[in-house]
Design a protein around this ligand. Structure first.
Ligand code: AMP
Length: 215
């Protein structure tokens, strides 16, 4: 199964993906996670991407597309994959279409996660991540058992630079301008389904997404 999770920052794409990968037994491909790992390791890509990321801007398409193509060709993607945070521009979506064509792959579905803006703000300001394993928490909605520590590995939790209030506004505007046009793009292709996720438990939302993808 090949699917895309589309939605603004704070919609919960990473949280839902972490559960969906167990159900469908396919990897999650998060370009944000890949970029953060590169920043942490101080690679050339990481050095080029860091400034854009800290400002809440998109990293240029040419730094992202090849990286995704390489990742998709890896062995663990043979039964499909879940794209989280890619594509984020119409140009990236066109490039992805080209990659699918070249590799004889086809897209099964696009899930458009809809969340009210005030809820997004709260989710983003409350989000904490594990420095060691990348696990996702939220001090309001999904707190760790012990303050500041990852339940899974005991790693230290931190707030992403781009989850600071001054950058969040920017990221949401960038989403509206550059990524939201993909809703019409995939609707036109006939494989987009809206899922509202402002309310309800994470498990309920994941159940709704799963039902759509299993159809
Ligand atoms: P995310 O974890 O998906 O919110 O991504 C964090 C940051 O990484 C974004 O604000 C962008 O700066 C960058 N990024 C992630 N994915 C992409 C993408 N597909 N295209 C451009 N920039 C991206």
């Amino acid at each position: 199964m090949i699917a895309i999770l589309l939605g603004p920052p704070g919609a919960g794409k990473g949280t839902y993906s972490a559960k969906l990968v167990n159900t469908f037994r396919i990897p999650q491909i998060s370009t944000g996670d890949i970029l953060r790992a590169n920043v942490k390791e101080g690679t050339e890509l990481g050095k080029k991407a860091k400034d854009y990321m800290d400002k809440g801007l998109l990293v240029p398409d040419e730094l992202i597309v090849d990286l995704v193509e390489d990742r998709i060709k890896a062995d663990d993607c043979k039964n499909g994959f879940l794209l989280d945070g890619f594509p984020r521009t119409v140009e990236q979506a066109d490039a992805l279409g080209g990659i699918f064509k070249k590799n004889k792959l086809s897209l099964d579905g696009v899930i458009n996660i809809i969340v009210d803006r005030d809820v997004l703000f709260k989710r983003l300001t409350g989000r904490r991540m594990c420095k060691a394993c990348g696990g996702n928490y939220n001090i309001y909605t999904l707190p760790p058992k012990a303050d500041g520590k990852c339940d899974r590995c005991g790693g230290e939790l931190y707030q992403r630079n781009d989850d600071k209030p001054e950058t969040i506004e920017n990221r949401l505007n960038v989403y509206e301008k550059q990524t939201a046009p993909l809703i019409a793009y995939y609707k036109k292709q006939g494989n987009l389904t809206d899922i509202t996720a402002s309310e309800g438990s994470i498990d309920d939302i994941v159940r709704n997404i799963t039902a759509v993808l299993k159809k």
